[in-house]
Design a protein around this ligand. Sequence first.
Ligand code: 5GP
Length: 237
Amino acid sequence: MQKGDLLYEGKAKSVYRTENEGVVLMEFRDDITAFDGGKKDSLETKGCVNARVSASLFRLLMEHGIPTHFIELLQDRFMRVRALNMIPLEVIVRNVAAGSMSRNYPIAEGTPLNPPVIVIDYKDDSRHDPMLNDDLIIALKILTPEELTRVRDIALRVNSILMQFFSSLGITLVDFKLEFGKADGEIMLGDEISMDSMRLWDKRTGESLDKDVYRFSKGDVMEVYRRVAEKICAGEG
Ligand code: 5GP
């Protein structure tokens, strides 16, 4: 597969053109950032670990009928994915109060949320990803009401699948962020699902198993990422 021009460079991933217009290459770099880019580092092998985890979780979701951009994991840190017109939303699903929810609202970290809470932010670093509501999403013409219903429905299905999967590994899926895009008029899951975009707690000890280890300097980030990746990818060839 030929790596073509750079199409997009985010904080931790780069996207390249390929010889096929409908397919792009997603590179998971070793960069890690937090607090709107205020904290930045490069952690050797992080890109490879997150690429493997994302591939594994996309495969799991596709086995359950979730439409995603994933095609295949290439060697190392590259993934072949369908080219999407990305929708500028961050769709966050929460099963337990944590992070910004407990910072911004009067709810203690660790409070279970049943039914899960969906929060949708406008993806725009220059505006610090402000929270949207349904009326704003429609007024800004980001999605039609029908598309918004579809996005919510996929997000909740993804949550059920991942919650069950992580529970079987002894891990609580506290919250996670999804991004969606469109190809041929169809809404599908894009971006990544990794320890950078989920909050995971060890069910028994409550230990953080995700980017909070980096955000709050709780320990050896790569040791934790590798340990979680082993569990997620166990059973794969
Ligand atoms: P919070 O709103 O508590 O900061 O984040 C909720 C969840 O969404 C966490 O699992 C967090 O990692 C994820 N998340 C929120 N915003 C972003 C973002 O801009 N990038 C990534 N990778 N994950 C995010």
